[in-house]
Design a protein. Sequence first.
Length: 328
Amino acid sequence: MSKAPIAIIGTGIAGLSAAQALHTAGQAVQLFDKSRRCGGRTASKQIESGSFDLGAQYFTARDRRFREALQHWQEEGWAAPWSPNLYLSRAGQLEPSTDEQARWVGTPQMASIARALLGDLPVTFSCRITEAFRGEELWTLVDADGASHGPFSHVIVATPAPQASALLAAAPKLAAVAASVAMEPTWAVALGFATPLPTQVEGCFVQDDALDWLARERSKPGRNGHLDTWVLHATNSWSRQHLDLSKEAVSEQLLGAFAELIDCVVPAPEFTLAHRWLYARPAQPHEWGALADAGLGLYACGDWCLSGRVEGAWLSGQEAARRLLEHL
Ligand SMILES: Cc1cc2nc3c(=O)[nH]c(=O)nc-3n(C[C@H](O)[C@H](O)[C@H](O)COP(=O)(O)OP(=O)(O)OC[C@H]3O[C@@H](n4cnc5c(N)ncnc54)[C@H](O)[C@@H]3O)c2cc1C
Ligand SMILES: NC(=O)C1=CC=CN([C@@H]2O[C@H](COP(=O)(O)OP(=O)(O)OC[C@H]3O[C@@H](n4cnc5c(N)ncnc54)[C@H](O)[C@@H]3O)[C@@H](O)[C@H]2O)C1
């Protein structure tokens, strides 16, 4: 009988990073995600007039191993540098914000990286895993419809921490660590304008009550939508305070804040979309790398194990795979 595959719950950057490392090492993997597509918080939304990045806006690469992976992504055309006309808005004043930081984006959209990393690996979408339990030797997963999946030799949980703790119940110490991680929400609003706004701004860090960040989609490489689409992110604190506000009210308030901030007249948008990220980022960075109960064969990874960024998620996935492989 062939060896049971390794189950990976979550197809964000962390889960995909672990999957790739294990696949490269000759291990069979089976991925699961509750969503209809991969990428998690590196999501891009496809609409008739183009696409835009709704979660992660760009990423930086500080770790040598991640820089090497990024070089490969660039060579393959999955990622490219993004050097926007960057501004800072403080106390209502908009000023250019030049820095030396290199930033990258997925091409032609942020979600392209996850799609490329997934490649042909076996995956089950629209499948929310609710339980992972171990028999004498092997693991079984149960989904929200009560269906069982398995058997698996090991399980890697690659979801945000609040969703990971229940899936780690077989290892109470790991479950407790995951349960101790607070994650902050972010409201995101996309606005599409029929006529390009007459401004030089392409990205802006905002120090404000409501807004935290705004980006102009068409300034990113490979984007060719016909609307001038902007993505606005609210601060974590504003998002927390307005967690249950309707999407319409959130769009209206953030559009108002944007119109006050930007140095031009803002017409009514052709298109508006609001999305609430309940678990956008860990409240604090950690240095766990990944969590492991090697005896049980249960592992956890995700941005919350490191820095709350794309780079942290990728490194955490690598670490989970490394720890699993060293115990085979
Ligand atoms: C609004 C916003 C802006 C951001 N901006 C940036 C930025 O500019 N730069 C940067 O570096 N980072 C940014 N980030 C953070 C970055 O997106 C994350 O750090 C990274 O994508 C996390 O990857 P992950 O794989 O750890 O988790 P996720 O991407 O959250 O992936 C987890 C996956 O698990 C799935 N899942 C969850 N529970 C279950 C379950 N029970 N069963 C099956 N599947 C499940 C989810 O559907 C998801 O696909 C931003 C995040 C947000 C939300
Ligand atoms: N909104 C959310 O939920 C987010 C979740 C997770 C990350 N988010 C943002 O992602 C970037 C990623 O950080 P980074 O990779 O360290 O990038 P950085 O560009 O170096 O930013 C770090 C930090 O510094 C501030 N900053 C950077 N450059 C400037 C500048 N030229 N002018 C003013 N301020 C600058 C910025 O506020 C960053 O927090 C990061 O933006 C997260 O906020 C969002």
